[in-house]
Design a protein around this ligand. Structure first.
Ligand SMILES: Nc1ncnc2c1ncn2[C@@H]1O[C@H](COP(=O)(O)OP(=O)(O)OP(=O)(O)O)[C@@H](O)[C@H]1O
Ligand SMILES: [Mg+2]
Length: 562
């Protein structure tokens, strides 16, 4: 960057030499100089021009290179920061908006640091130097010519403010558009199946139209700004010609000085407009940097436990003590005082109607959020104090997410060090063996956009394998078998129980067959535990669970009959 700036200043200084050479040239003319002397001036001018070309190349390379480096660093830091932010933050964000900040806004910042800084230094230097030269030639004339200056500054600041405001609106709108595109692409199948293409097209066209209008608003104000500046400069030139001309006639100024004075005045026209452009870039860059900065200052609310506070090597019992929780920004409690103890190595079954708080309960164990009130202890220690807690937990979420990579890579994400034999074993336990054998490249088959599409049940089992290969101390299955038939489900559950004897397991399910064998079962309703016991005792109690059991039994018999 420093080299670039140096090259720029040297180049600019050379530009200033040109009117001076012309002045000398004109001033020697009345003395009838030899052709040799005249040729000397011509070659000098040629030399300066060549030097200018080289100088321009120099600053371009160095300045733009530096701005790319700045962009690169910001993007890296941004990605790192995005990786550590927690759910509470992501809940409040739109993916499209984040994407827009990482691309459009970042580009605006780069343009500011490259082009913007460059033009700024260029313009400020040329303005000061040219005005300096003019005062040196004729201080009096310089003062008169710049009489309109206060008006310029006033107009200038008005424009700058207005341009900034309009730029911010453009950037924000662009984020909106990115958001819509991102959402539509993610849900393209839904759009197709609901024949919503036309609707979305109209919606997009409308947003796009507004975007153009907002951009035009910026262009409009620029359309006024630039000509205004040119006009003011024109007035200055007029004053200079008139008063300078009089001075030459009066003999108080040489013709060469008069020409040079006007030459310097003309040199000002580019930086005057350049400054306008810089302010444009600066406003854009600042608005953009502000939007990127908003991500940088966001912090995770979940503070990781300090190192050395002990990991979950030996787990111990899990205890919910009067735990209450409401989602960030929500008034109602999603968990209203949960008290339960799960002994190490045992299995807890969780059932309950939709929205009763089952997933929320599981997420407390993963510490996606901290409790609003009450406590959650593992092995007698508050969960907040357990370092690298999630290392010890295998979690299969209700809507498993698989990456667009091979099945193998998706599974070993759980534990990169897993051997091929372990992998094979896990594939068997997760009931994936037969499926994998049918895939074109077995475990190396790609999933998603560039590979095969998995069925819902296959996805669930890949996600299960990913959790199992961690050999977790705690295993959480959130409705993990909803896409499987009861037989497969039973088979897999048996496999798991045979394999992970030491593991404390939490099975959330809508199907009672999945929790039937659990050591303990809770029935949840509206964030509370309404029944608790094991299968036999709950059936005997004749409550919600018993009812549900009868219904599901009946349904199953019907299934077999039909
Ligand atoms: N991110 C969230 N922000 C705000 N409220 C939420 C959020 N996620 C869930 N809730 C609310 O918390 C309550 C419990 O939801 P939860 O997902 O735990 O239910 P669930 O028992 O897992 O239901 P399901 O059987 O459908 O999976 C619901 O009332 C839901 O609206
Ligand atoms: Mg759920």
């Amino acid at each position: 960057m420093a080299i670039g700036i140096a090259a720029l200043i040297i180049t600019d200084s050379m530009t200033l030499v040109v009117p001076w050479l012309i002045k000398e040239f004109i001033d020697v003319l009345p003395g009838k100089p030899s052709s040799e002397l005249l040729l000397k001036y011509v070659f000098l001018l040629l030399g300066v021009s060549l030097f200018l070309v080289a100088g321009r190349y120099g600053w371009r390379v160095y300045m733009f290179g530096a701005s790319r480096k700045i962009e690169f660093d910001i993007l890296n830091r941004l990605f790192e920061h995005l990786l550590i932010l927690d759910r509470t933050w992501y809940l409040k964000q739109k993916t499209g908006d984040i994407m827009s900040r990482a691309t459009n806004d970042l580009r605006a910042v780069r343009e500011f640091f490259g082009l913007g800084v460059l033009i700024l230094i260029d313009a400020v230097f040329v303005i000061f130097a040219a005005v300096g030269m003019m005062s040196w030639i004729n201080f009096d004339l310089m003062l008169k010519v710049f009489l309109p200056l206060p008006i310029i500054s006033f107009l200038f600041f008005y424009f700058v403010k207005e341009i900034g405001k309009r730029h911010k609106a453009v950037q924000e709108h662009l984020a909106l558009i990115t958001g819509l595109v991102q959402q539509n692409l993610a849900g393209i199948r839904v759009l197709h199946s609901f024949v919503q293409e036309e609707n979305e097209k109209t919606k997009f066209a409308q947003l796009n139209n507004e975007y153009i209008n907002k951009n035009l608003a910026v262009t409009r104000i620029f359309g006024i700004f630039t000509p205004t500046m040119v006009f003011i400069l024109g007035v200055a030139a007029m004053l200079s010609l008139w008063m300078g001309g009089k001075a030459v006639i009066a003999g108080s100024m040489t013709l060469g000085s008069f020409v040079a004075f006007n030459g310097y005045l003309m040199l000002l026209s580019w930086p005057m407009m350049g400054i306008g452009y810089v302010f444009n870039l600066t406003q854009k860059g600042m608005a953009a940097m502000g939007r990127i900065q908003e991500i940088f200052v966001s912090q995770s609310e979940i503070k990781p436990a300090p190192e050395g506070t002990g990991t979950l090597v030996e787990v111990g019992d899990i205890e919910f003590q009067g735990l209450k929780f409401s989602y960030p920004g929500e008034d109602t409690l999603s968990l209203k005082g949960i008290d339960i103890k799960i002994f190490q190595g045992q299995t807890l079954g969780v059932v309950g109607v939709i929205g009763s708080g089952k997933t929320t309960l599981a997420q407390m164990l993963l510490r996606f959020y901290d409790p609003t009130a009450g406590a959650l202890l593992i092995g007698g220690r508050p969960i907040k104090e357990i370092h690298r807690l999630r290392d010890s937990i295998g979690y299969v979420s209700q809507e498993p997410f698989l990456f667009s990579m091979s099945i193998r890579d998706n599974i070993v994400l759980g534990r990169v060090s897993a051997t091929d034999r372990e992998l094979e074993e896990i594939v068997r336990i997760a009931g994936l063996k037969k499926d994998v054998e049918r895939f074109p490249h077995r475990l190396d088959t790609l999933i998603g956009e560039r590979g095969v599409s998995l069925s819902g049940g296959q996805k669930q089992r890949v996600a299960l394998a990913r959790a199992l290969i961690k050999k977790p101390e705690i295993l959480i299955l959130d409705d993990a078998f909803s896409h499987l038939d009861s037989e497969t489900e039973e088979e897999i559950l048996e496999n798991i129980q045979g394999q992970l004897r030491q593991t404390t397991t939490l099975i959330i399910s809508h199907r009672l067959s999945a929790v039937r064998g659990a050591d303990q079962i809770i029935v949840m309703d509206a964030g509370q535990i309404i029944e608790q016991g094991n299968h036999a005792s709950l059936v005997r109690a004749g409550g919600v669970y018993a009812n549900l059991f009868q219904n599901q039994l009946l349904a199953r018999e019907m299934e077999i009959l039909l």
